[in-house]
Design a protein around this ligand. Structure first.
Ligand SMILES: *Cc1c(COP(=O)(O)O)cnc(C)c1O
Length: 369
């Protein structure tokens, strides 16, 4: 029905639909379970900071008026935190929006976008959408970053080098020495994007933000952060980038839609930044539960990737789609990985202790381990 005369671009056809998984309601309906553990999307079980309740009681004007297209208040606040000028901060409707904006701004048809693999699918998808060619640097056999291959890929001067640190779905990371080695291999013609969606969970480990290392380098770069994970605001859609220079920020601003971040999300992010205690509690819960789950999965005999994120990537002998389906029937939502070579792996988000227990109990029941 759809062949050569179709108006749809080949780049769109090449992209697999985003695998967002089932909602809690869908799982309730389809599987007739009442107690659900939603561990497929790396959300924060504690949700947003309690102070946000005040914001939502006063939402009228925020909803009535157009948002500030510059997002001044939030950008000034973030600039302070990162010790950069406000004209080096760009806001996005989630950081996924900024991944799209960066690809749109930089990639021409045929340009190479190098990334880690298995990857955050959107890093690849938006590059494909722009007609870019994706070059994957696969993890090593022990599910760690392959530094030699990554440095070799950087030396080939891709137009865009985009990776998450810590990685997603594999939780491996670049230490400060790895990051320094990588930066010294990058050509100034390459734009580097470091997606630090899980940086807050890695605080205290040897997994530094790239911002400090990149300051003063002659590279063009953007470091992406989000309020969706440790700040518990995934539903509001707000993320940001720290950018190498104001000129590049200006181009990104032209490439995004003017009102890409809504007023409620901008205001909520500002409130969320004030509650350091809530952030600390969220991170402590995730790290403590992650290590409890890791130990339990190891006892069950699964292979588990290193992780500094609020998730674990683990695999056994079985194809993961079927295993995930049986977990759904017990009310547990996880993410079966579908990228070639990793179809026996699942990513489980670290939830509240009750959800994590439900996950472990269901996993034991359905695998008989
Ligand atoms: C979750 C995640 C994001 C965040 O996306 P938002 O659009 O900000 O919700 C970005 N990058 C990676 C690697 C992620 O895992």
């Amino acid at each position: 029905m759809s062949l050569p005369s179709s108006p749809v671009r080949d780049e769109i056809r090449a992209i697999a639909p985003y695998n967002a998984g089932l909602t809690i309601e869908e799982v309730r309906r389809r599987y007739a379970v009442t107690e659900i553990a939603k561990l497929g999307s790396n959300e924060n079980p504690l949700g947003p900071a309690p102070a946000l309740r005040h914001l939502f009681s006063d939402i009228g004007e925020l909803a009535r008026l157009y948002p500030d297209p510059e997002g001044r208040a939030l950008r000034v606040r973030l600039a302070l935190d990162f010790a950069v000028s406000a004209d080096r901060v760009v806001l996005g409707n989630g950081s996924e929006d900024l991944i799209a904006v960066l690809c749109r701004t930089i990639l021409r048809p045929g340009d190479v976008m190098a990334t880690l693999y298995p990857s955050f699918p959107l890093h690849e998808d938006y590059a494909v959408l722009m007609g870019g060619r994706v070059e994957r640097v696969a993890v090593t056999a022990d599910l760690d970053v392959d530094m030699e291959a990554l440095i070799a890929a950087a030396r080939r001067k891709p137009r865009l080098l985009m990776l998450s640190n810590p990685m997603n779905p594999v939780g491996a990371w670049l230490t400060s020495s790895r990051l320094a080695a990588l930066l010294s291999a990058i050509d100034p013609e390459t734009v580097l994007v470091v997606d630090e969606a899980y940086a807050e969970y890695a605080d205290g480990a040897d997994c530094p933000s790239a911002v400090a290392l990149l300051e003063g380098s002659d590279l063009s770069w953007a470091v992406l952060r989000t309020f969706s994970k440790a700040y518990g605001l995934a539903g509001l859609r707000i993320g940001y980038g720290i950018v190498s220079d104001a000129a590049l920020t200006g181009f990104l601003d032209r490439s995004r839609t003017p009102f890409n971040t809504n007023a409620i999300a901008q205001a909520a992010a500002l409130v969320a930044l004030e509650d350091r205690d809530h952030l600390r509690r969220s991170v402590e819960l995730a790290v403590g539960e992650r290590e409890r789950l890791r130990a339990a999965l190891a006892v069950l005999g699964f292979r588990i990737a290193p992780s500094l994120g609020n998730f674990l990537f683990f695999g056994g002998e079985e194809e993961s789609g079927a295993l995930a389906e049986r977990l759904l029937a017990k009310g547990v939502i996880v993410k079966p990985w579908k990228q070639p070579g990793f179809e026996r792996f699942l990513r489980v988000s670290i939830g509240a202790p009750r959800e994590n227990d439900q996950f472990l109990g269901a996993l034991k029941a359905v695998t008989g381990r």
